[in-house]
Design a protein. Structure first.
Length: 564
């Protein structure tokens, strides 16, 4: 028996074949669109992962940055940094435990308030109040262990000054909201808190090592002399950078509310003083530049006190003879300096102090600056007494910038607390000629070698400078029992790099100063110790084989040497 197999139907017509091809093309197109959609989906996912998620990650990193940038010294040492801390508060309306028991425990852990004060807070019924801001984690743990559910804790940033009181008046401090209240914290507030700039530390001109040395030595001098206060400045004479700035008494910026109010005052930039004989070299330099003193050998009568109207100008230690200009500075003669100032006159005297910016607040970034006391009346007596440092009051920083111009070739530059990059120092303005500056460097060195500044000399570091002891104004006159003792120095005098100004306010005298209160006895020794310690740190190594050449001037002062 034969089996018949069914055959597939044959496509016999052209329109049926065309229809089959269309269906096949449609199916292929749909498949291709499906693949394309999958590819687009995958690509989109990759873009999201690489762009969006990376952006979120970057934002997350940014959010981890402190909300305030670091402040560092010129060598990168951290002076101010923001860290995570805690706040401790209480919802008094939700208190569950016995208020008296909780108050006693809080007083034991946070003794800034008494038990009675804590009890009054806990019974006040307020919804919430802070008990401690900027608390450390261990204190939070101890307060939490009290077991009171109404206590509340929250993380909040804390501004930390790891060197405690070091450079406190330079740095200043912040409030609880993290904004600068004083010092460079206030000056740099926007830069330190801006999200785009806070990641980069701000470098100050301050050298923490030099700052620590000056604080230590001036504190020791202040204690020895039982002085009311002390200040100190180290200034780069070629850039105006403040390498150290000290004001004593000092405060702790980590706890700015503690201590007396006067401790937060920056006496270097805010307080003004009559700085006495430190003005004499400025007067002599003015006379040299103006031609009033054509030669250093010019002599003036110092045989007797100088009568000016109803006033009498006298020397602390009378030479009883005629003095030339060099001897005038070495012996610190008020009489001769007054005569020179009288020859200069009002116009030239005022012009010099305008050029030195003694008529304005000191040139520095800080907001805490005091205006000098500029004479309201410039009579003959005023001109003569200002010549030797009485009748005009300025800050110690004014004096430092003036001495920088005196020894650096005659150029005044504003001071700055920000580090200056090499070659970026301001051009400055000319105050003294180069020739006058050269002569003044010689005479300042001779004052330390043979005059009132001998105790400031440091072997091999070639110190020059001038003492100044001024009586403080009181009751319409001067109180001879209250003095301001100042020493303005520069080193090394053969090629000056730094000015060092030190001052004691109302020194009492001590065994170390033989009971004396004058600058040569009370601050010149402190200057000696400071320069001997900071010189090598600043790259100036002692070299007894170097010095400024004073050989041409020595024959003019042979008599003065025997009188000191």
């Amino acid at each position: 028996m034969t089996t018949l197999v069914a055959q597939p139907p044959r496509i016999r017509h052209q329109d049926q074949r065309q229809a089959s091809l269309v269906v096949a093309h449609q199916r292929l197109m749909m498949l291709m669109l499906l693949f394309a959609a999958v590819i687009v989906l995958i690509a989109g996912r990759l873009v999201w992962l690489s762009v969006v998620r990376d952006a979120k990650a970057a934002a997350g990193v940014s959010s981890l940055l402190p909300n305030r940038g670091d402040i560092v010294d010129r060598n990168g040492e951290v002076l101010a940094r923001t860290i995570d801390a805690w706040s401790i508060g209480v919802h008094t309306n939700k208190l569950l435990n016995d208020p008296e028991d909780v108050a006693a425990k809080l007083a034991a852990l946070m003794p800034e308030r008494s038990e009675a004060q804590y009890l009054a807070i806990l019974k006040s019924g307020v919804r919430f109040t802070y008990l401690r801001r900027r608390a450390m984690p261990d204190l939070v743990a101890q307060v939490n262990a009290i077991g009171e559910p109404a206590m509340a804790y929250a993380r909040e940033p804390e501004r930390l000054y790891p060197q405690t009181t070091l450079a406190a008046h330079v740095l200043g401090y912040t409030d609880f909201d993290g904004r600068g209240v004083s010092g460079m914290e206030r000056v740099l507030n926007d830069r330190l808190s801006n999200a785009h700039t806070r990641a980069n530390p701000v470098a100050l001109a301050i050298d923490a090592r030099v700052q620590a040395i000056m604080e230590s030595e001036m504190s020791a001098a202040m204690i020895d002399q039982q002085a009311k206060g002390a200040t100190g400045v180290v200034l780069d004479v070629h850039t105006g950078e403040v390498i150290a700035m000290v004001s004593l008494p000092v405060y702790n910026p980590n706890k700015p509310g503690e201590g007396p109010d006067e401790a937060r005052r920056n006496n270097v930039t805010q307080s003004v003083y009559e700085l006495g004989s430190t003005f004499k070299p400025l007067t002599v330099a003015n006379a040299l530049d103006s031609g009033v003193v054509p030669s250093l050998s010019k002599r003036y009568d110092a045989t007797a006190p100088l009568q000016v109207g109803k006033y009498k100008i006298h020397d602390e230690h009378s030479a009883g003879r005629w003095l030339n200009v060099i001897e005038t500075l070495i012996l610190s003669s008020n009489i001769v300096t007054a005569r020179i100032a009288d020859e200069l006159g009002e116009a030239r005297t005022k012009s010099l102090f305008h050029k030195l910016h003694f008529d304005t607040a000191p040139d520095i970034e800080l907001k805490e600056r005091g205006r000098p006391i500029w004479p309201a009346y410039w009579g003959r007596t005023t001109v003569m007494t200002i010549g030797y440092g009485h009748g005009m009051a300025v800050t110690p920083l004014h004096l430092a910038t003036a001495y920088a111009a005196l020894v650096n070739g005659g150029i005044f530059r504003p001071s700055t607390l920000l580090k200056i990059a090499p070659g970026k120092a301001p051009q400055g303005s000319r105050v003294f000629s180069q020739a006058t500056s050269d002569k003044m460097r010689q005479m300042l060195r001779m004052i330390v070698l043979d005059g009132t500044g001998r105790k400031a000399d440091v072997d091999g570091l070639r110190v020059g400078g001038k003492t100044g002891t001024g009586d403080k104004a009181a009751g319409g006159g001067y109180n001879r029992h209250l003095t301001v003792s100042t020493f303005a120095a520069a080193f090394p005098m053969d090629a000056p790099k730094y000015v060092v100004v030190t001052m004691l306010d109302e020194p009492k005298g001590s065994a170390a100063s033989a009971g004396q209160r004058t600058a040569g006895w009370v601050v010149a020794p402190a200057t000696n110790k400071i320069i001997s310690r900071i010189g090598p740190l600043l790259g100036i190594m002692p070299d007894s084989g170097k010095d400024i050449d004073i050989s041409a001037l020595v024959p003019l002062v042979w008599k003065a040497k025997g009188e000191n």
